[in-house]
Ligand binder design. Structure first.
Ligand SMILES: *[C@@H]1O[C@H](CO)[C@@H](O)[C@H](O)[C@H]1NC(C)=O
Ligand SMILES: *[C@@H]1O[C@H](CO)[C@@H](O)[C@H](O)[C@H]1NC(C)=O
Ligand SMILES: *[C@@H]1O[C@H](CO)[C@@H](O)[C@H](O)[C@H]1NC(C)=O
Ligand SMILES: *[C@@H]1O[C@H](CO)[C@@H](O)[C@H](O)[C@H]1NC(C)=O
Ligand SMILES: *[C@@H]1O[C@H](CO)[C@@H](O)[C@H](O)[C@H]1NC(C)=O
Ligand SMILES: *[C@@H]1O[C@H](CO)[C@@H](O)[C@H](O)[C@H]1NC(C)=O
Ligand SMILES: *[C@@H]1O[C@H](CO)[C@@H](O)[C@H](O)[C@H]1NC(C)=O
Length: 913
């Protein structure tokens, strides 16, 4: 046998084995036959009715896909269908009483999973069926509508079709289901779903106890409250997100004496609270009317609704002050949510009245109101069951001296059950707790942004070993991070400590931590950056004192990273190859560090939107990995040593808004394709070695022309980039979120030749235009006066000739002009704007020996005789200068030599839900 024979045989053997196993598997595994014609009798209940026999294959015929395997047990060889998944039969008669086949819904991102197909009319054969639940399946079928035949299933008591993406109208035939007790047709997501204009058939459902029509468009069913009021048996009514226009019906008689749970949230009620029809319900336990537009005072009736356990009035128009006495009888109250619905109020009074009898309160949300007042130390004394306390975004502050504090350990003393607390944005709310105090609670989520907690680190938090969210940004802490911090808080998933003066180093074992959101920006953290937590999605350590190089496997474990912000540190060295593993990355900010070398070629990173690398020592060609990113919006490579040509594919990055490449050593021509960037607002190529002409198709830069332009940062968390700032040579301008409103072109200090394209005059939004220090010749475009937004114009140190176009004096916003060191000639245009500029910057025409007239102290004959010597001098200067960065060197008129530095300050984006 030759040497290759053995492995060949082995391979054949393996193949045979695989085939046999596979075929065995096929024979032994029951595969539900979906979508095929019924061949065998599939359902034989213990007491046959004959009709049920027909049901199963027909039902399965309607199903085209079953990813979850809900019908796997529906086997034709198992004749007892009562044992099949989802089927329940009567013990006595053998009839199928119940059919329950629902899919799964995890969250809005993953959506739902379940059966696909349609509901077969053969269901009618199950004429004893009392309970039908087919929720969360794609069973809308070709018609997309709820089948009318369901209205003929006379035995039904329970019908749940929620989450099936039906559309069209709800068939009134359902009103025939006179035994129905439970009807749930709600949808899961707000899509163009079902509508219902006439609710009158609902009132025929005389046995109904539970009705959920959430997400069905009921905007035309103005009679909805009357229809419901005809069903005295009803206990639960959910009509959330139904586009209901009002709840201000006047009912002749309040019939709903059994109603316990009422959810009318997220509708369009736009009338006073008091005119709602439901205030007569004295047995109501759950009332959710959040996210409407109800206003004015709460009615006195609420004072008698002593059964209420859950009140959610959040997110309505302002109800004004809550009369404290209204809250004194709510002895069953467990959950009170008044977020964003009080216009003013007095926290002391509100809590005082609640403490009269609401001692079962476990959730209290008073966030986003305008509530003022001090909190006396005993104010939470009665709320020993309080689990959630949200008082963020109010004006809880008091006349007490800062040292005593507005919140002390006395306030917390009795809050044994507290797990979630949010006191953020009450600034300045002083939280002064003895560091040695042993808290009676174990917090899981704690948010104190903008409270004053420092200067010492709040050590009293250390008893909360289960904490997974901690926000203490902007809290005035000036301290070393305690030794216990990372070990005690090992369950942390979200941490924000930014904007303090916290010092210390990052732990080396971070990799194993649960942290997904980590914001440590603007502190004094030093040492090296360790390998990052594996679940890290967003990291901001900007503006600290981190140094050293990145770990050699940096990023290898961070496939989920979306935002990585390391700017303003002293990090150095190369970016390792492993960096490329972060393929989800959308925003990268390495600016203002000491990084060097070439960037790795991360071809898998295709979702990059923001790339800020400025002010480092990067070298090599234009980063090639950006070619794969189709979503690029903001690229800043300025002040590095990047070299080589500008890639022509840059013109394909249609989303680009800022392209800042200044002060590198890029050479070659400016690719014409750059004019394809129809969203570009800022182009800075200054201080490179670019040659050739300025592309004449500049008029294609639509976003520099159209004023109807609106810009959205298309990254998962756009609020991180609210603090971009622009430095011009003299001033630091904080554009903040409006950075994109500045429209600039800076091509200065290159080797550009040829004429200034006339098309440039069409970029009407241009604010700063700097073409200085090149070899541009020819005339200044005649229509330059059309650039009506122009604030600064620098054409100095070129070889421009001819006259200064008179239209220049039209530019009324112009505050900086430099035309010096050219060959311009002729009479200077008159205009008070230009005259004023001249007196501020008397050098702006200098070294143009052919210019004459006011304001120059020179007449015609002097003007036409340029001094050759002077001109030569300016020429040598031009050759030498493009290579240098001369910020501050030239005294005052080289305008628009600007560079964008970006400071990314963390902004809170996740809140306690
Ligand atoms: C049917 O029988 C099972 C088992 O014997 C029992 O658990 C169940 O309660 C019975 N159901 C009815 C409706 O009698
Ligand atoms: C069912 O309801 C429809 C419409 O409401 C009605 O026309 C029909 O007669 C009813 N069918 C039965 C059997 O009651
Ligand atoms: C809801 O229905 C009304 C008319 O019945 C219609 O005008 C409105 O556009 C619908 N709303 C949505 C979101 O489809
Ligand atoms: C109250 O319910 C009964 C029974 O459904 C009904 O006859 C009566 O009209 C209802 N009253 C009002 C005011 O809707
Ligand atoms: C609600 O109660 C008030 C007094 O408690 C009464 O005057 C009013 O008629 C009631 N309204 C309804 C619709 O029953
Ligand atoms: C709030 O009410 C308390 C008690 O009635 C009162 O002492 C305090 O002055 C009030 N505070 C404000 C800001 O109105
Ligand atoms: C540059 O743009 C032109 C036309 O706009 C296009 O034909 C060409 O393919 C582009 N080149 C690259 C490399 O994108």
């Amino acid at each position: 046998m030759n040497p290759t024979g053995k492995p060949l045989l082995l391979l054949l053997g393996l193949l045979l084995l695989a085939i046999t196993t596979l075929s065995q598997a096929i024979h032994t595994t029951p595969i539900p036959k979906l979508g095929f014609a019924a061949t065998a009798v599939a359902c034989v209940p213990r007491e046959r009715t004959g009709r049920e026999i027909v049901f199963s294959p027909a039902f399965k015929r309607g199903i085209t896909s079953d990813h979850l395997g809900l019908l796997t047990s529906w086997r034709q060889d198992d004749h007892d269908c009562c044992r099949w998944r989802g089927i329940t039969c009567s013990n006595l008669t053998g009839h199928v009483l119940k059919l329950h086949l629902s899919g799964i819904y995890t969250n809005e991102h993953t959506g739902m999973e379940g059966l696909v197909g349609q509901i077969s009319p053969q269901l009618l054969y199950l004429d004893h069926l009392e309970h039908l639940d087919l929720s969360i399946n794609y069973l809308e079928g070709p018609s997309g509508q709820i089948p009318e035949f369901i209205g003929s299933m006379k035995s039904l008591r329970y019908l749940k079709l929620s989450g099936i993406p039906f559309s069209g109208t709800v068939p009134p035939q359902l009103g025939n289901l006179s035994k129905l007790q439970h009807l749930d047709l709600s949808d899961l997501e707000g899509k163009e779903g079902m509508h219902l204009a006439d609710m009158s058939w609902v009132s025929r459902l005389g046995s109904l106890r539970y009705l959920d029509l959430s997400f069905i468009n009921l905007s035309a069913a103005s009679d909805w409250a009357h229809a419901v009021n005809m069903i005295p048996s009803i206990r639960v009514l959910r009509l959330s997100l139904c586009q209901l226009q009002g709840a201000n019906h006047s009912l002749a008689h309040y019939n709903l004496t059994k109603l316990e749970k009422l959810d009318l949230s997220s509708n369009y009620f736009d009338h006073p609270y008091a005119s709602c029809w439901f205030w007569n319900s004295t047995i109501l336990k759950y009332l959710d009317i959040s996210s409407n537009n109800l206003y004015d005072q709460l009615p006195n009736a609420i004072g008698h609704m002593a059964s209420l356990r859950v009140i959610n009035f959040s997110d309505n128009a302002h109800m004004g002050i809550v009369e404290p006495e209204l809250m004194t009888n709510l002895c069953s109250l467990e959950n009170l949510n008044l977020q964003g619905s009080l216009s003013y109020g007095n926290m002391t009074e509100l809590l005082d009245s609640l403490s009269n009898c609401s001692n079962k309160l476990s959730e209290l949300n008073l966030a986003d109101n305008n509530i003022s007042g001090t909190l006396p130390p005993g104010i939470f004394q009665q709320f020993a069951d309080l689990v959630t306390l949200d008082a963020s975004n109010n004006q809880l502050t008091g006349p007490l001296p800062v040292e005593i504090g507005d919140i002390t350990e006395e306030h917390f003393a009795n809050l044994r059950s507290l797990k979630y607390i949010d006191l953020s944005s009450n600034d300045p709310l002083n939280i002064v707790v003895d560091p040695t105090w042993i808290a009676p609670f174990r917090l899981e989520r704690a948010s104190f942004p903008a409270c004053m907690m420092g200067p010492q680190f709040p050590t009293w938090l250390q008893w909360s070993v289960d904490i997974w969210l901690l926000e203490i940004s902007n809290t005035g802490i000036k301290d070393k991070l305690p030794d216990w911090f990372w070990t005690t808080f090992s369950k942390l998933e979200e941490l924000d400590m930014s904007n303090n003066q916290i010092s210390g180093v990052l732990p080396t074992n971070m990799e194993t931590m649960a942290l997904s959101y980590l914001y440590l920006g603007s502190n004094q953290i030093s040492g090296q950056l360790p390998p990052l937590p594996r679940k890290n999605v967003k990291l901001d350590v900007s503006n600290n004192s981190l140094s050293g190089s990145l770990p050699s496997n940096f990023g290898a474990q961070n496939q989920q990273m979306v935002t990585l912000i390391l700017s303003f540190n002293n990090l150095s060295g190369h970016i390792p190859e492993s960096f490329c593993r972060m393929e989800q990355l959308a925003a990268l900010d390495l600016a203002n560090n000491l990084f060097e070398g070439e960037l790795p070629q991360c071809f898998g990173m295709t979702g990059m939107a923001i790339v800020l690398l400025q002010n480092n020592r990067f070298s090599g060609s234009f980063p090639v990995f950006l070619e794969r990113s189709t979503k690029l919006q903001l690229v800043d490579l300025s002040r590095n040593n990047f070299s080589g040509k500008l890639p022509t594919w840059i013109g394909d990055k249609k989303e680009l808004v800022l392209l800042l490449l200044s002060h590198n050593v890029f050479s070659g021509i400016i690719p014409i394709n750059i004019t394809n960037l129809s969203n570009l607002r800022q182009l800075n190529l200054a201080g490179n070695s670019l040659s050739g002409n300025i592309p004449w198709r500049l008029s294609n830069l639509e976003a520099m022309k159209e004023d109807n332009y609106s810009f959205n940062l298309d990254i998962p968390d756009d609020s991180s980039y609210n603090n971009l700032s622009v430095f011009t040579k003299r001033t630091e301008l904080f554009y903040g979120p409006n950075i994109f409103s500045a429209v600039n072109i800076d091509l200065s200090s290159n080797y550009l030749v040829g004429q200034i394209p006339e098309e440039i005059a069409s970029l009407a939004l241009l604010k700063n235009l700097n073409l200085s220090r090149n070899y541009l010749s020819g005339k200044i475009p005649q229509k330059i006066g059309s650039l009506w937004s122009l604030e600064s114009l620098d054409l100095s140190r070129n070889k421009l000739s001819g006259e200064i176009p008179p239209s220049l004096s039209n530019l009324s916003y112009l505050s900086d002009l430099d035309l010096s060191h050219n060959n311009l000639s002729g009479r200077i245009p008159s205009g008070s704007q230009l005259d004023t500029l001249y007196f501020e910057h008397p050098d702006m025409y200098s070294s143009n020996d052919g210019l004459f007239g006011f304001p120059l102290q020179r007449n015609y004959s002097e003007g036409i005789a340029p001094k050759q010597g002077y001109h030569d001098h300016s020429k040598t200067q031009q050759v030498a200068e493009p290579m240098f960065f001369y910020l501050g060197l030239v005294s005052g008129f080289v305008v628009g030599l600007w560079v964008v530095f970006c400071t990314i300050l963390f902004k809170k984006t996740w809140r306690i839900a």
